[in-house]
Every structure is written in structure tokens, then in C-alpha cells.
Design a protein around this ligand. Sequence first.
Ligand code: BGC
Ligand code: BGC
Length: 811
Amino acid sequence: MRIRRFGVTLLGTIALAACSAASDRGEDLMSGSAHPDKWPEAASPAAFTDPATEAAIDDLLAKMTLEQKVGQLVQADISFITPADLEKYPLGSILAGGNGGPNGNERASAADWARMVAQFREISLRPAANGVAIPIIFGIDAVHGHSNIPGATLFPHNIGLGAAHDPELLRRIGAVTAAEVAGSGIDWTFAPTLAVPQDLRWGRSYEGYSSDPAIVAEYSTAMVDGIQGRLEAGRPLAADKVAATAKHFLADGGTRGGQDQGDAQISEEDLVAIHDAGYPPAIDAGVLTVMASFSSWNGAKNHGNKSLLTDVLKDRMGFKGFVVGDWNAHGQVPGCTPTDCPQALMAGLDLYMAPDSWKALFENLVAEAKAGKIPQERIDDAVRRILRVKFKLGLMGPAKVDRTDPSVVGAPEHLALAREAVAKSLVLLKNEGSVLPVKAGAKVLVAGPGADNMAMQAGGWTISWQGVDVTKADFPNGQTVGEGIVDAVKEAGGTARLSADGFFGEKPDVAIVIYGETPYAEFQGDVAYLDYQPGNATDLALIKKLKAQGIPVVSVFLSGRPLFVGPEMAASDAFVAAWLPGSQGAGVADVLVAGKDGKTARQFAGTLSFDWPAGCEPGAKALFSRGFGGTYATAPKVPELATKCALENANKGDTISLYSRGLKAGVTAGAEGTAMPNFVGKANGLAVTAFDVAAQEDSRRLTWSAPATLALTWKAQELPASEAVEFRYRVATAPTKKVTLAAPSGSPIDLTQTFAIAAGKEWRTLQIPLTCLAKGQLGEVQVRSEGSFVLELQSVTLVSKPLNTSCTGPF
Ligand code: BGC
Ligand code: BGC
């Protein structure tokens, strides 16, 4: 049995700018240290810190033990803690990460979620010996609706909402999302993202509303209002409201090259003017929490940056809630590990997100506090901020608010709002010959890989972190974009055929081809350049085939960002940017398909909230600028289109990454039913699981229990004789039988001894020249073990100029 990696193509690793402009601009710029007087003033509402609440917190602080206080500062993930653990460790918070679900079930119902939260909460409410009982606060990423739960209302991802330019719509979406989160027993969403993405190569571009700080600022107020409502002194939020999170502070969207978790090398002025834009409005609106960013500013990790977290955010901008960390991100502060990092608390972090590291982190913090390494005042201040939020959520009693009502999840009026949002997010970029709207009575072909694909239209952060395994069964109350079009065409008296590959019987009057990006989240979505389908233009081929038969083609493009689509746009008669619309695909037909009366249910209203690039290279000119969007009344004028990506051959770099940061290069995941899309799963004799080394799930643990082969595949090609395949690996358990590395038809190289020696030791690098494996074309290498063996892989790379040139070892 073998586990095969799917669809790997060769992509060069991101070409890192050799030297940044910032480094030439002097010391001050590079220090990553803020001057608070250069920042705007803001203030959490007085209703957040009313005297009665503060006095109640004083009383509690006077009673709490050190362990109880430190417990409030640590958050664990449901995949790594049980309710019973709370009997021993008085943690104050639990989260469900993108890959978690009640009892490990990704597809649990809202009622199951509510039951699970209640179990944790019940234990946290049992009074300790000193009478103290502080309920947990439970958080989740409801980032485009309550997106972890099947059947919940899925809204378009933020990039689509940005195109809608409609703050009132945002307020309503926030309210619906909060009602569904509260309805499933959860108190807190890690949203909205207030990033102002500047480089679309960033894998989280779609989580941002716009590259325009003004739009982000306006949406910030609307979304916080929608999720939380307005704060009132001495009173908890309404039962259908939850705590919001302004994230990720700061400049997550400003990193060099759009690298996730990277470094924003920019001046303090730009930091304030661009990336901070959403925060003062969120604070003024009463946002209860702020999440620190994984990223750095001029070399300083935000989780350790006191000038930003304390001097700017808390002092200058008057934020009175708590600062939560990101997923083990404190471990990236110099001198820290995920389990030990007093530096972050001292910098101003209040709640550590310590998904799997919480236990040792808790113990270390207690010991450090006892040893006087952390002042009592800092601990008390952090606990106070966390308790304030718990009071505002009505968790502290006496009249504890019960928000649970699973029946609101996916309510019909919520779905209707999502459909409206989809329609409002669409941007018309081309409409030659007025091929749109589709006329009543037309014969329509609906084609393309995205035509009937819930995963592609939902994107990342849906059911699971990467969202690649989403199917239509997850959203029975939704419909794919193609289904929505077919229904609308039939309703208008026409005929429609849904066929992903574009086959048809009778020649259609028009073809709507739906295609675009496959799902990704966070750094797994980072790309080296902005070409759509480099070297593998299957969608372009489909469009051209239809055009060759005299059929007008409408492209509906599903994507988390504007991409260079010159060839596709040139070949199409009409082109609609539909972003990642979520589960209510019918919203697309509402704008594209005319009814019997000749009118569409809705008009085009969306305009770009980012520039659309004219080329694929970083810094390419805009083909359409922010604010552009056509309507049926004013057809868009399409500028001359480049039909080639100048960087198409940029993948001929020195280093080719086959596997790194949890990602296979060029993976084509997301087609419905794809097995092991993320290179995790089980086959006879071999199980592959993900775990964290330097970033979330960036590494894979391969556990052999019987003879089995792991195949790493890429697009076969002639490789220079000087190349080698390089493994960054660690051996957790020594091989019990023979282990080999081979090309499919070559003779195997015995690595048993190499791995036996490495057993139990630290990470190592292994290089095998490709000439030792095969001659000529190569597209695959195989690791085979004949017996039980546990190997951990952080990366697999093809490198030129290897240090090792021998084929006989020792390796
Ligand atoms: C979290 C990510 C995490 C991933 C993999 C998700 O739940 O949101 O931050 O990296 O799971 O562990
Ligand atoms: C992400 C956050 C998210 C957190 C919890 C992290 O990986 O960066 O945006 O809220 O995980 O899932």
C-alpha cells in the first residue's frame, strides 16, 4: 500500500527580496519600537469599566490564589484538554481551532457544541476551597459566519464583503453570526480580521476587507457593533451577542512579500496610517478583545513588543479589554518556547493561546511568578481585563445569561442575508456583447471545476482549517453556484445543463464557466507570484474549446484574491469576480440570470476593494483599480490584456520545495472527495499525521506498522545532474526492518543504518543526489519501510549543489 501525494507541480520557493529598502532607512525605522504620541487616541467605552464591576473584580482578585490567577491567563484547545483537566488546572479559557470539534468530530451539530461547552463550563463553576469559581470563556473562528459548523450560515469571505462596500450589510452579518455562535453555546468569535493586505501573495488576503484603510475602518465599527451590540454600564451583552476580536494586531497584512507570519518592514507612519486604521474604531465601539499578530514589525515579534501592546494599544488607544495571543505565537518571541514565555505577558499579552502547550506553560508561569520574575501587578492587570470581559458576557452572574439555542443556526432569514451578501459582492469586469444577463428562455451550459463544488466556493476556514474536505452534504441548506444558476434558468423557462467538464448534447446559447482557486488558509495560501494556473491552464483550455464551437462564454471566477487572469479574461466574453461566496450560491444567479420579465432579481453593486493586477509579477500595474466595477447600465471597458505571465518560467529556481510548511507545492486540493488532500491520512501499514514544529501543522509524522511506501511526486522532468533531494527529518522510533529510498524504476538506496543512528536525536538533514536514484526524467521518489518505524518530516526539497555527492553513503 502506498500513500501518494496528489497533484504536486514544481514551484520555485518564494524568491525573497535580497535586501529590503527599509534596512537602508536608518536605525529608528528598524527598531520596531513605537512612539505612542504618533498614534491616534481612542478609548474603550466607560460602560466597559463601570465602578460596580471594577469593585466586584477587586473582591475576586483579593480572594484568588496565584494558581487561579495564572489559570485565567492560559487558553487550551479542545483537541488537547478534557473537562476533567479543569479539576486540576483552573484554566480560564478554551478554544476550538480550525481543526477541532467536540470529541474530535469536525462535523458535530450545534447542539453537540453547546453540550461540550457546558461540560467545560460546569467544572469551571465548581467553587474551589476558597469559594472562587470563575467560568471559562470559549472562543472559535466564526470568520465568515459560524464556519466550523455544518449547516450554519456561511457568508462570503471578507474580501467579497469588501467589494460590497456596504457597512450596514456588515452590521447585519455580524448580528447573524453572533446569534449563531451564541446559539451553539459559544461566547466569543476570533473576528473581525482588520488586516489591510498590501501584497496579495499573502495567503490570508481573503480575510481582509480591503487594501484601503478607510474601508477597513468603516467596516470595523459596523462589524463590532453587529457582533457585540453597544456596551451598557453594569449590564451584560444581549443574549444573542458574543465577544468580538479585532485581529491581528498589527500589520499582519503588511509583511514583506506578503509572507504569512512575516515581518512588516515599514515606517511607523505607514503602520499608523494603513495598518492601524481599523483598531481605534473597534476600540471606540467597545471591542472586548484584541488578538496579537504572529508577525513582526521591523524585526520585532509583535507578541513581545511592549511598545505596541502596552504603550500604544492599552495606554494611548485606551483599550480596556484583554489581548489574546495567536496559536502558540508567543513561542516565536526570541528566548521563548510555546511552554515558556514570561516575556509576552510582560510585553502586554493577557491571555496566552496555548493549544497543546497549556499545561507546561501554566506550570512555568506559576513558578516564574513565585520566583518574582513576573510582578504581581502585571498578573492582576491581565486577570482584571479577562474578568471584565466575562462580566460583560454575563458569565459571572448573578443572573447568568443563557445564550444557547441551536435552532437559530442556519435559520432561513440568516440564509437569505447570506444570499443577499453574495449578490452584492459580485464585481463585473467584462461584459462584451451584453452576453450577461442570461436571457429568459436561454439554453445554458454550466461548466468548470467550480460549477458544483462547495469546497471551492466556501474556501478555507470552513468545517476544517484548510477547508479542503468540504462537501455539499455539509451545507444541505445551501446550493452550489452552478445549482443556483440551473434553478434560475429553468425558472425563467430556459434549459440548463450542469457539467463540470463542459460536455453538452444540444449546443447551448451561452456557457457559464465557473473556476478558480482551491481552498487554503494562512501560510498554506502564500504564493510566489500572482499567476492563475501557471503552466497548467486547464480552465483556459475549456473556455477556448467552447469558444471554438461558437459558444459565448461567461467566466465566474472564485478566488480569495485578484489574480493575473489575462488569458482567461481575453478568451471570455464576460468575466465576473465572485470571490469566495460561501454556501448560498444562488446569490450569483440573482444577478446573472434574467427572469421571465427580462429583469434580474438584483443588479451588480460590487466594486473592487483591491486593485486587480495586469500582470503576475509583484508590483504589477493595476488592470482595474480599487473602486472599479461594471453594471448592466455601464458596461466595463476592458483595457488591453497581457496574455502571458512574465514569470511563467520562474519555477526554474535553484531550490524546489516538494513539501514544506505543511504544504505540497502547487497542490490541487479541494475537488470534492479528494483523499488525503493535505497529506494526512491512513493507508494499510502507514499513517500520516500533522504536528507543529516551527508553524502550525508544518510537519508530518509517518508511522509505519507494516511494509508500506510513501511516494513524493511532482511533474516529471529532466533534472540537472547536480540536484539532490533533501529531507529535513527526525527519527522518533528506529526502524525495525529495512528502509529504502528509490525512484520508481531505479535501484533503492538503503537508509536503514542512517535512520537507526538518528533515532531519538534532534532534527537532521539528509541529501541524496538524484543521479543515484535515476537517470533522465524524474517525477517521484519513494520512501519504503519493511517494518515499524516512525519518521518525522519537516520539509522535502530538491536542491542544487548538494554537499553530498556520494551514492554509497554514509548519508
Ligand atoms: C488553528 C490554526 C492551527 C490549525 C492547525 C487551526 O485550528 O486555527 O491556528 O494552526 O488549526 O493546528
Ligand atoms: C490564526 C488565528 C486564529 C487562531 C485560532 C491562528 O492560527 O492565525 O487567526 O484565530 O489560529 O484558530
